[in-house]
Design a protein around this ligand. Structure first.
Ligand code: NAD
Length: 355
């Protein structure tokens, strides 16, 4: 099969890690007989430098005409003092909205080879964990009505959380479908003891559950979920939650996996075209030094193969190659406490050898 992939390398370590991921995809293409065509577009700080805006129209058009999109990272100190509309990060919200991406999938997996990197006690993570967080991405309090007003005690600010039936139904369906492809266990996280939006969320998740009798579903309050993630993370398979709760819980989950350099993500909408990116930023402190861990971006490609192209065998091949490389003891500097670290390109070569 032929696939066109738009590359948004961005800033800092973005170009290095995207180049690594492209090498891995080329190797996958060769092994499984697929043709991947890559087209690069400007985004973030480099786009501001070259054309004066963080998300040029040509980039949006290129992404919308590609089969899928791979993003490195944007931002850095050089652009930190620019005004709101020309900040590199503005491009992220812009491209998500242009592509209609309302689901954010963030896996948090503890690799057995990286158990010592987990900040939790050994007995808690004895059997590892493998969680998929399904976060609603375009609704809730981050997009609700907001402002300042004169309150009872003077100056007051407010933000509002609103969720429609449509928004909850569509994210719930994504979560049930995701659980169906994994261990068929779904935890819906809310704050239904306090919030009306959570009570509607809970009601609708129960309704949708009737269409997925093979998936075991339960509700959990977000405060309890925050505790359970560090007490017994292995109890979770798929988590579905709102925009803000997902933002916070997915960062908590990422911390217990060891290194931010290991975590991929996928943002999806109604079509097969998704936006795949590592969860970390542009790491300006190590940019251009060929030392960034490329695994989060490589694993983002594994997600692309699975979710955008339905290439499960090819996606599994990447996952297995990463597993094997870690089992063999190879590490980039962020994980190499007791071994000599590999560079970004050396790590990429090892993963390709193991494909
Ligand atoms: P960061 O994730 O870039 O870096 C945090 C720390 O983790 C740094 O010490 C960095 O060296 C390290 N790190 C990150 N990725 C790594 C990798 N692959 N391998 C090894 N080490 C890695 O977060 P930050 O420092 O808060 O932000 C830097 C810039 O990135 C800022 O401009 C921020 O706005 C931007 N940012 C962009 C995105 C994105 O593009 N999606 C996300 C977060 C932050």
């Amino acid at each position: 099969m032929n696939y066109t992939i738009a590359l948004l390398k961005g800033d800092g370590i973005g170009p290095e890690i995207v180049e690594s991921a492209v090498e891995v995809l080329r190797a996958v293409g060769k092994k499984f007989n697929h043709e991947f065509e890559f087209k690069s577009y400007l985004i973030g700080g480099i786009a501001i430098d070259k054309v004066g805006e963080p998300l040029p129209k040509e980039t949006v058009d290129g992404c919308l005409s590609a089969d899928s999109v791979l993003l490195g990272a944007v931002g850095g100190p050089k652009w930190d003092n620019l005004g709101g509309n020309v900040r590199p990060e503005k491009a992220l919200l812009g491209i998500r909205s242009a592509m209609g991406l309302f689901t954010n999938l963030r896996p948090a997996k503890l690799y057995p080879a990286l158990k010592d990197e987990c900040p939790l006690k050994a007995e808690i993570v004895e059997n590892g964990f493998d969680i998929m967080i399904v976060r609603e991405l375009t609704g809730g309090i981050y997009f609700g009505e907001r402002g300042y007003r004169d309150g009872k005690y003077g100056e007051e600010a407010f933000d509002t959380e609103a969720y429609s039936r449509m928004e909850i139904e569509r994210i719930a369906r994504v979560a049930f479908e995701t659980a169906r492809k994994r261990n068929k266990k779904l935890t819906s996280i809310d704050k239904a003891n306090v919030l009306e939006t959570s009570r509607l969320w809970r009601k609708i998740v129960k309704e949708i559950a009737k269409d997925y009798p093979d998936v075991e579903v339960s509700d959990m309050l977000v405060d309890n979920a925050a505790m359970q993630l560090v007490k017994n993370p292995a109890q979770f398979d798929v988590i579905v939650t709102s925009n803000m709760f997902g933002d916070i819980l997915s960062d908590e989950a990422s911390q217990i996996t060891g290194s931010i350099g290991m975590l991929p993500s996928a943002s999806l909408g109604d079509t097969k075209r998704g936006l795949y990116e590592p969860i970390h930023g542009s790491a300006p402190d190590i940019a251009g030094q060929n030392k960034a861990n490329p695994i989060a971006t490589i694993l983002s490609c594994a997600m692309m193969l699975l979710y955008s192209f339905d290439l499960k065998k090819e996606s599994d091949a990447i996952l297995n190659a990463v597993d094997k490389t870690l089992e063999q003891g190879f590490r980039t500097f962020d994980l190499a406490r007791t071994t000599t670290p590999l560079s970004t390109t050396e790590m990429t070569e090892k993963i390709i050898e193991n494909l």
